[in-house]
Design a protein around this ligand. Structure first.
Ligand code: ATP
Length: 302
């Protein structure tokens, strides 16, 4: 029994650290099929997963409250709507609750009060498999499998053909890099293989998501700065993935979200301001202040 217990215990700790950082969700669910405290309802609904099966999804947060622990409320009545195909960005200081919103949408946890709706149904009414099939995540930091780079991309849709994998890699601007590797798509990567840079890993995650073609996209923008050229390439690739897809972006650099449909400015578990970039600048409030500070930092080259 101990032989079984130890690996399970290990998986449990991997699970909780991944759950906290929203790193590589799909990998985690491959390891741990279901989570004990989140269960499917007996009449769980299906949900079309891919954008080629159904139009983009409609997402609604209705007065969502959430606490990880009973003594501290992290979200205190969060409401917003992302109509099909729209892009919404969430900004705010560290600890404001931005990542918590994406964890709730992926149903790592259930809300304490309020509801989250996709296409008009509470996400608790869908099976977890259906929900997670419909939501694609580009995490801040992608953990690669100890496998080939081709497999790491194909994981977005196991069963994809080599041509489809290469097409996704091209769109994510990683194909040319892969062709320079000694064994091309068969090159092993990850802990025991070739180490990829942060930008390369993120492009693998983008290619994976292009293959998955989910109806909802969650982007958790990297906090660590990449060099400007890489950054621009990645932004262009992300822009393309987000096109026509309902997208929620957790943003750290405001310059990447100036053209989204709505920006939500969070603080202390609430949405303090909301609007387009232009409207928020005109308002001259918190967002305008954050914008001025970032502009100054960028000018100073930090
Ligand atoms: P950042 O910009 O630093 O990523 P954030 O706005 O995404 O911050 P969250 O990760 O949503 O912030 O965290 C919100 C609050 O919830 C933080 O105070 C954090 O300490 C707390 N928190 C996050 N995860 C857990 C957890 N698993 N258990 C208890 N508290 C948690």
């Amino acid at each position: 029994l101990m032989q079984l217990y130890l690996p399970l215990n290990f998986l449990g700790s991997v699970y909780s650290s991944l759950r906290n950082s929203l790193v590589d969700l799909e990998h985690m669910f491959a390891l741990m099929d279901e989570q004990a405290d989140i269960t499917d309802s007996t009449h769980a609904l299906g949900l079309p997963a891919r954008l080629d099966e159904a139009p983009a999804a409609d997402i609604r947060f209705e007065d969502v409250h959430f606490s990880y622990r009973p003594d501290r409320e992290i979200l205190r009545g969060v409401s917003f709507h992302v109509p099909a195909g729209h892009r919404v960005a969430i900004v705010g200081p560290t600890g404001a609750g931005k990542s918590t919103i994406s964890r709730l949408l992926f149903r790592f946890y259930d809300v304490t009060a309020g509801r989250i709706l996709i296409d008009g149904h509470d996400i608790r009414d869908y099976s977890q498999a259906a929900l997670r099939g419909a939501v694609g995540v580009v995490p801040q930091d992608t953990i690669l499998f100890n496998d080939t780079i081709g497999y790491n991309i194909a994981y977005g849709r196991l069963g994809a053909t080599q041509a489809e994998v290469e097409q996704a890699a091209k769109l994510a601007c990683i194909h040319d890099f892969i062709m320079t590797l000694p064994e091309g798509y068969a090159t092993r990567v990850g802990e025991r293989g070739l180490k990829l840079s942060g930008g390369e890993k993120q492009r693998v995650a983008i290619a994976r998501t292009i293959l998955k073609n989910p109806r909802v996209l969650l982007l958790d923008e990297a906090t660590s700065a990449l060099d400007t050229r890489t950054e621009q390439d990645i932004q262009a690739a992300l822009h393309m993935v987000a096109a026509n897809r309902t997208t929620i972006i957790i943003a750290h650099r405001l310059s990447t979200i100036v053209d989204v449909d709505e920006i939500l400015v969070m603080g202390q578990g609430r949405i303090l301001e909301r609007g387009t970039h232009r409207a928020l600048l005109e308002r001259g409030g918190l967002y305008a202040e954050m914008w001025a500070i970032q502009a100054e930092e960028e000018a100073a080259g930090t």
